[in-house]
Design a protein around this ligand. Sequence first.
Ligand code: B12
Length: 281
Amino acid sequence: MGVSRPERVSLHDAAERLGVHYMTVYHYVRTGRLPAQRHGATWSVALDDLEALRARAPGGRARPAVPRPSRLADRLVAGDEGGAWRVVEDAMASGRDPAAVHTEIVVPALRQIGDRWARGELSIADEHRASVIAARLVGRLGPRFARRGRHRGTVVLGAVAGERHALPGAILADLLRGRGFEVLDLGVDTPAASFVETAHTADRLVAVLVGATSTGHDAALREVVELLHEAGTGARVLVGGRAVDDLEAARRLGADAWSGASAADALAAVERLAREPASGA
Ligand code: B12
């Protein structure tokens, strides 16, 4: 006695009080935004928690807060594709555009998963399962980056032979598409000659981005850069990705420039090149 227990209501009541559909409240519960208790087949929520949710939303209506990357990381690791996609939807409902979903939520979530793997908290199997779902999310978001009208020039992008991290390139490709560039994404494990072949076919080539995420691919990076320069494509060759530390490392690999430490850096580097007249050929 003496401790007052918070009053609880059903999800239908909660939906009415928030002025949203029942499924929206159910979604809040499933994604952890609204604490709930299960009694058999039904759920109840505390009025205090409902008020806290309402207080976070402008106008008193339950507008989702920007989800934390850890929420996405948890859903990815749990193998919960539906829950992971709901995190993306919540981010967009909270006003984030698809580019911000990538840079503020998907990329940090993937990095958290890598850190957890490095600390021994996740197995390689966990990481594989999580990245398959992440790839599906990236695929679902892809069409939202399409731009109409004449493109601003072409970027050829790919990860070198031996490199299997596909997500960094796929994400960067979409961010570039969102800025109006045509992107020819060669994916991972790309033979050096394929970069050259693709660069030759590109319409108004702005740059070739050659990347590696895990270390140990310097020889392959150098080979691609050399071949591109020798082939007379006229391409400005940028190397980047997590495995290339800085401009000095990029120069040692023979590149014209470094694409930077983040997606934002890479976008800025390509934007700069797009404003300059093309060199040579
Ligand atoms: C998912 C993942 C995998 C998946 C990849 C699945 C896929 N389809 O992509 C799988 C399970 C296959 C995998 C395998 C391995 N992985 Co792994 N992986 C990751 C993880 C968790 C996320 C990678 C990712 O997508 N990151 C998010 C991206 C978007 O961020 P980003 O790398 O910073 O990329 C941005 C910039 O680099 C930038 N960028 C700038 N310029 C350019 C230019 C180009 C051309 C590109 C492409 C990008 C780019 O654009 C990107 C977009 O923002 C990372 C952890 C981490 N910190 O990233 C480990 C990580 C990269 N993996 C690691 C390792 C060790 C491995 C394995 C050796 C062992 C393992 N863990 O299974 C193998 C090796 C595979 C190989 N030979 O290539 C290490 C690498 C350490 C190192 N020093 O090399 C990391 C850092 C984990 C860790 N904490 O140690 N991995």
